[in-house]
Design a protein around this ligand. Structure first.
Ligand code: GAP
Length: 463
């Protein structure tokens, strides 16, 4: 069970996210929509940085991975072939008294009972009573998580379509297109970032589980003989990515191999990269699976299209697939939780007492939504003019913020709260004496004077 102060940190984080423009409740003026969120001006910078870094490391810096952006709406046969129509469901129970709805496996999990599909349907003692009001629970029903819609004006069975529940299937149906157009040789991967939709029964914990979310998925096609080796390779790559590219603290991450009875129907092996979230302790951040040839085989059977591969020796086979599948929003949440730190006061003039706490978001520089803040010491035209020119010049290379309201101490504190690595202060010495500015480092709080004409080079090295 998470500790009380850890839950408290989530409350503080959700409040900071709204107050400082990271994440807002969706349609708030209408009272909000449960578990739907909007990314504000800083949130979208942070989220875009996550996607950019993933794309850089998974596509642009590799020779063997190709990018893709497939449509969200796909032919309904896709979901028949992938198995989603039949088995993409969660076991659901309702309370007859309070009318609340629960996932049966979650109820068992909280009681320390390992959820098992067979025993769940026999309705063991643990699934008789509502965990909230003690009322009687209904029998388990399987609830399909796909959002259904209709294409065109007629709402009949012939026009049913689904919002994709994973980006992966857009990749599998394009396997042949990418292989042929890129003349790709095994092993090679296809990567995609995009929205997915699941009608989750119990969304929650801020942006951890929502009904609309974004995924970053790679399907890496390999010779079946190489599958185990490639699976291990990707486990290591992906685990290190969070530490090296996003700056996540290693001790808050772990790799958890799935037990046999946890594996999805298509997988022979799967491991989750888990993060120590404040609300659940360890939980999934990304899954890495060996999906074998399940998907290509299924799509080949249902579509009638050959989805195989001919190697140099003329041997024809269906490749196996190793799939690292990550959530964008869950990664953003991980970054926010990991970066959140409270430091006893005295860092800025706004908290002279060490009893006061100052919040610093210690984002990795590549992830930070704003890289440099430009702060004229006071609102005087001469200082504002230089500051505005400097802002214009630094903006060409980095995301910047101009702030001239309130005392400089208060402004430093505001920038710490949004995790800006550097603040540049323009003071009277800048214009009267040395044409230099003060650069303040968020983490060390060290300040140094740097000549204006050297700033671009200075930040080029730092950022
Ligand atoms: N193609 C495999 C696949 O979709 P998954 O474990 O269902 O596997 C992969 O999803 C990742 O997508 C998860 O590790 C998580 O980061 C993210 N994800 C899944 N469902 C989500 C939801 N409802 N809200 C936010 N992120 C979600």
């Amino acid at each position: 069970m998470p500790k009380k102060e850890e839950i408290n940190i989530m409350e503080k984080l959700v409040s900071l996210a709204k107050r400082r423009g990271f994440i807002f409740p969706s349609s708030e003026i209408y009272g909000g929509l449960a578990s739907s969120y909007d990314y504000g001006p800083l949130g979208i910078e942070l989220k875009n940085n996550v996607k950019k870094i993933w794309w850089r490391d998974m596509v642009q810096q590799r020779k063997d991975v190709f990018g893709l952006d497939a449509a969200i709406l796909m032919h309904p046969k896709t979901w028949e072939a992938s198995g989603h129509l039949k088995s993409f469901s969660d076991p659901l129970v309702d309370c007859r008294k309070c009318k609340k709805r629960f996932r049966a496996d979650h109820i068992l999990h909280v009681q320390g009972i390992k959820p098992d599909l067979g025993t769940m349907h026999e309705k063991p003692e643990a699934l008789k009573v509502c965990p909230e009001c003690g009322g009687e629970l209904t029998k388990i029903r399987d609830f399909n998580l796909m959002f259904k819609t209709f294409l065109g004006p007629v709402e009949d069975s012939a026009s049913i379509a689904y919002l994709r529940p994973e980006t992966a299937q857009g990749i599998f149906v394009n396997y042949k297109n990418v292989k042929d157009s890129m003349r790709a040789k095994l092993p090679f991967g296809i990567a995609q970032i995009g929205k997915s939709f699941r009608n989750e029964i119990t969304p929650g914990n801020f942006i951890f589980r929502t009904r609309e979310f974004e995924q970053m998925e790679l399907e890496y096609f390999v010779n079946p003989k190489e599958a185990n080796k490639q699976y291990k390779y990707w486990l290591e790559q992906r685990f290190n990515w969070y530490i090296e590219s996003l700056g996540i603290e290693k001790s808050n991450l772990r790799l958890r191999p799935h037990e046999k009875d946890e594996l999805a129907h298509y997988a022979t092996a799967c491991s989750d990269i888990e993060y120590k979230f404040p609300f659940t302790d360890w939980d999934e951040l990304e899954g890495i699976s060996n999906r074998q040839d399940y998907d290509l085989k299924q799509h080949s059977t249902v579509s009638g299209e050959e989805l195989n591969y001919r190697d140099e020796d003329g041997k024809v086979f269906i490749p196996y697939v190793i799939e690292p599948s990550a959530g964008v929003d869950r990664t953003v949440l991980t970054i926010l939780v990991d970066a959140y730190s409270e430091i006893s006061g005295g860092r800025t003039e706004t908290t002279k007492s060490t009893k006061d706490l100052e919040v610093v978001m210690k984002f990795h520089k590549d992830v930070a939504p704003i890289k440099i803040a430009i702060l004229p010491l006071v609102k005087k035209e001469k200082l504002q003019k230089v500051a505005a020119e400097l802002h214009q010049s630094l903006k060409q290379n980095w995301t910047t913020m101009y702030d001239e309201t309130a005392s400089v101490g208060r402004r430093y504190r505001r920038q710490d709260e949004i995790g800006t690595p550097y603040c540049v202060t323009i003071d009277f010495e800048t214009i009267e004496k040395d044409n230099s500015v003060t650069v303040r480092d968020r983490d060390t709080m060290m300040q140094e004077r740097v000549k204006i004409e050297e700033l671009v080079e200075y930040f080029g090295e730092k950022l």
